[in-house]
Every structure is written in C-alpha cells, then in structure tokens.
Design a protein around this ligand. Structure first.
Ligand SMILES: Cc1cc2nc3c(=O)[nH]c(=O)nc-3n(C[C@H](O)[C@H](O)[C@H](O)COP(=O)(O)OP(=O)(O)OC[C@H]3O[C@@H](n4cnc5c(N)ncnc54)[C@H](O)[C@@H]3O)c2cc1C
Length: 466
C-alpha cells in the first residue's frame, strides 16, 4: 500500500528542552495568567497531544509517542498573539487544538513543540439580527453556540455528530460536514464560511480579518496556515427537529427510500441508513426499541414532515418504529448514532474493526451489493445523505473488519474502480484525506501567515513538496 506520509526529514527539528524551558519562562513572565502544561504533568500533556485517531489501525502506530513538549491554554486574543510570537521567535513548532475530537491525528504534533489549546476562547461575539450571521470565537463548543442562538430562533447550519463536544474552530479547520449536510452540503461549499479572524505566526504576529474568498484556503487546512481566533458564519432558522427511526426488511427498499427522499420537498437535517448488523448492535435513545433484524433509517425531520412521512415511507416498505422531538430529549440524541458516532459505537464492542469514508457513485445499489458480496460479513454499510455540488447524493462510512493494510488498499481500489470518491481517514495530510491533490491556495496562505512553516508540521503535503 502506498502511504503518502511525510518524510520526517522534511519536518522542523524537535526543539531541545532548554529552548522549551526558555519559551515557557518567557510566557510565564509576560502573562502570569497563562495556563502552561509541561513535562511535569505528563498525563495532561499526553491528553492535550491526542485526538480520536484510534479508529485507524494505520494511524495509531504512526502517531505513537508523538507529543508536545509544552501545552498552553489561551483564553484571550492577546494570549494567542503572545504564544504565536514567542514560538515564531524561538522557531518552535506550534499545533492548534480545539476539543481534540478529530479522527486523523490532525492535532497530534509530529515535531514536538507547543500545543495551543484554544477552548478558552469561546465567546459568541455577535448575532446580526437582520441576517442571522454570527461572529464566534474559535474555541466555542458548538452545543454552547446552539444554546445561545436558540432564543433568537437561529441554529448552526452544519455540525458534526460531535456537536456536544467539538469546537467550532476545530470543525472548520478539521471537519467536513455532518448534521445538516443533506441541506447545506459540506463546510467548504461556498456560503458556509463568511469570514475569519486569524493570527499569523511571525515574530510580530498580525491579527487579520479575512473575507469569505480569503478565508477559503484556511477552511479544512488542519490549522496549518493560520490560527483561527474567530469565525463569521451564516446560521439557519431554528427547527424543532423530530427524530424518527424507520425499519425496513429489505435493503433495496431502504436504499431506494433514502435516495427518493432526496428529491422530495421534505425538510431533512439528517438521514442515515444502518445495515441490519450495525442497527442490531447500536445503542438507541431511551424509549426506542432495540433493533430486531431490520435495517434502520434515521431521520431528523421538520415537524411538518410528520403529516407526510409515515405514509410516504410505508408505501416504500418502511415503518416508523420510534419518534420523538430532539428538543428536551434526555440521554442519547439520535444524532449520536450517525456519522462517526456509528463507528464509535461499533468499535466499542468490536475494536478490531475500522472504517472508510466515501461518496458513492450513482446508481448506488449495484456497488453496495457487489462489494457486500465480495467482502461477505467483513464489510457493513452505513450511509449518510449529503448534498454534493447542489445534488442529493449518498456518502458512506462503511465498517470494515481489520485485515491489514493490503486488504484496506484492496477495498479502496475496488471502490475507486466502481466510481466512488474516497476520503481516506487513514492518512496524515490534508490533501491525502481529501481529493488527493495539492491546493496551491492553501500553500500560498501558509507562506503568507506561517512563513517559517511552524504550524502543525507534516500535515500539509503541498508545503513539504513546494
Ligand atoms: C464520534 C465522532 C464523530 C464525529 N463526527 C463527525 C462528523 O459528523 N463530521 C465531521 O466533520 N467530523 C466528525 N468528527 C471529527 C471531529 O469531531 C470534528 O471534525 C470536530 O469538528 C473537530 O473539532 P475539535 O474542536 O475537536 O477539533 P480538534 O480535533 O481539536 O482539531 C481539528 C483540527 O483543527 C485544527 N484546529 C483546531 N482549532 C483551530 C483553530 N482555532 N485554528 C486553526 N486550526 C485549528 C487542529 O490543529 C486540527 O488540525 C467526529 C469525531 C468523532 C470522534
């Protein structure tokens, strides 16, 4: 298997300990309020150097032992500038961290240095009444932002299934889409990010405000080309989403219903299909019966859909098993059975499984059936509805019994041959987890905002190859 990992010789050298000690002393002296975590707190330093890449048996050994030499927790803009300037002057690598829920080791430092935790920078600065546009600090937890928006009748357009635990800056820098993707597509689609406030990594850091066009190269760049301190985002009207679980006895009917929903006028925020074995072993919200051998379609639907959906689904072989409003629900929300939460729950009982991410070719059924036949019970389908360049499409996060890297590559090859587009979660760089090609604008932005290449070394292949 060809794994395009960065060559370590291309990375900045891991700083010597006296250099880190001098940096820590300078930061302490210039701002006694800064929280620093050093080698004297090894478990906390280890925690701040990790994320959720454990889903990938390829990445786990690759990141083993990689950790920061110092973590700094910022709560104010001037503290971010202080850390950026001090790292630039001392040539110390700097890796940014929101909540550390990324799946590809995005915030695991590959060349030691400093991890800057931005979760303390978490204010919703403003909500523009006329447009619903918000300016929010990067470290804010998305669930907290949603809580602040709710009384104004607004909500985030897009969120990962980790809404409760992930930061908005980490989502823009490291995520792609999720809840809301059937309506709003992916984060990088024009219109989903309106502007950024950015701190550069230079001896005298600049604080820049970028418009939507200038922000695009920093969107999904793993924090390699600027420190996001605030984001300007559109919001949507708040909807009292209704959670529905629908059972299907036949896979072909379930997939047909899922694709058919994409061409209705029903307002859906999430649409996820779990093949029988996954449904059978998933936890379900309180009051929802455990799965009994059926495939399960999970929906977040606007209240007015309820007048149409049950009959529409029944005509296509589906029966509503459970229904409850998302608001006020206690315990596990249905959202947390979708996207990579599906993988999380499956791996809780089967840690020898991993996953892939892809966009299915159309029509979807022949590919799904042929791959299921080839891989027997070692490949299980989990589908998510998305909007891709304006069209309703199906993405998939299939679960795969781990049989080694050659088997993983064989599956990737078979999927590519069938026309699927792979977003490989078993690679390190921005490019290889995406379309596989270098985005020259991302590299240009790095040269402008991080000229010494200190931000998250090793994660932007275009910078290493320039
Ligand atoms: C169970 C589970 C389910 C998930 N579901 C989804 C999903 O539905 N959709 C999805 O897209 N992802 C999903 N993810 C991945 C991840 O949760 C999201 O991408 C999340 O938004 C990352 O936010 P974070 O605050 O944890 O970021 P982190 O993990 O802390 O950081 C992610 C990346 O962003 C960079 N970064 C963080 N803050 C900044 C900043 N202020 N400026 C510049 N760079 C920064 C980091 O360096 C890193 O490269 C899931 C993960 C798990 C574990």
């Amino acid at each position: 298997m060809t794994r395009p990992f960065p060559v370590l010789a291309d990375l900045p050298p891991r700083p010597a300990q006296p250099c880190i000690d001098r940096l820590a002393a300078e930061l302490r002296q210039r701002d006694p309020d800064l929280v620093l975590v050093g080698e004297d707190q090894p478990s906390e330093l280890g925690r701040l150097s990790r994320d959720y890449h454990s889903y990938s048996p390829v990445l786990v050994p690759r990141f083993a032992g990689q950790r920061a030499q110092l973590a700094v927790c910022a709560r104010r803009l001037d503290q971010v500038q202080l850390v950026a300037g001090a790292c630039a002057r001392a040539a110390v690598p700097l890796t940014l961290r929101g909540a550390g829920t990324g799946n590809y080791g995005q915030c695991v430092p590959l060349a030691g240095g400093v991890v800057l935790d931005l979760s303390g920078l978490n204010r919703l600065r403003c909500l523009e009444a006329a447009s619903g546009v918000i300016e929010v600090e990067a470290g804010a937890l998305m669930a907290a932002v949603e809580r602040e928006l709710a009384p104004h009748g607004r909500a985030l357009r897009l969120a990962p299934s980790t809404l409760r635990t992930a930061s908005i800056g980490g989502f823009i820098a490291g995520g792609s889409g999720g809840i809301g993707s059937p309506r709003w597509g992916f984060l990088r689609d024009p219109g989903n990010l309106l502007g950024l406030e950015v701190v550069t990594v230079e001896p005298e850091p600049r604080l820049l405000r970028l418009d939507a066009v200038a922000s695009a190269p920093l969107n999904h760049a793993y924090g390699c080309n600027g420190i996001l301190t605030a984001l300007r985002l559109p919001t949507s009207e708040a909807v009292d989403w209704q959670q529905l679980v629908v059972g299907f006895n036949h896979w072909t009917e379930a997939v047909a219903a899922m694709t058919g929903l994409g061409s209705t006028a029903l307002l859906l925020q999430a649409l996820c299909l779990l093949e029988t074995p996954i449904a059978a072993r998933s936890p379900w919200p309180a009051g929802c019966p455990a799965a009994g051998g059926e495939h399960r379609l999970l929906l977040l639907a606007a209240p007015d859909c309820l007048e149409v959906l049950p009959d529409w689904l029944a005509a296509r072989g589906g029966r509503v098993i459970w229904q409850a409003p998302q608001s006020g629900s206690q315990g596990l929300p249905l959202r947390e059975l979708t996207w990579n939460h599906t993988t999380l729950h499956w791996r809780a009982h089967s840690p020898d499984w991993t996953y892939l991410q892809l966009l299915l070719p159309q029509p979807e059924l022949p590919v799904l059936s042929s791959l299921s036949q080839r891989w027997k019970g070692d490949l299980l389908w989990h589908l998510e509805a998305v909007r891709q360049q304006g069209s309703a499409r199906l993405a998939a996060l299939p679960l795969l019994r781990w049989q080694g890297e050659d088997a993983l590559q064989r599956l990737i090859d078979q999927l590519r041959e069938s026309g699927a587009q792979i977003f490989n979660p078993h690679v390190i760089t921005v490019e290889d987890g995406g379309m596989g090609v270098v985005d020259a604008d991302q590299v240009t932005a790095k040269a402008a905002y991080d000229p010494a290449g200190l931000l998250n070394p090793g994660k932007l292949r275009g910078w290493l190859e320039r």
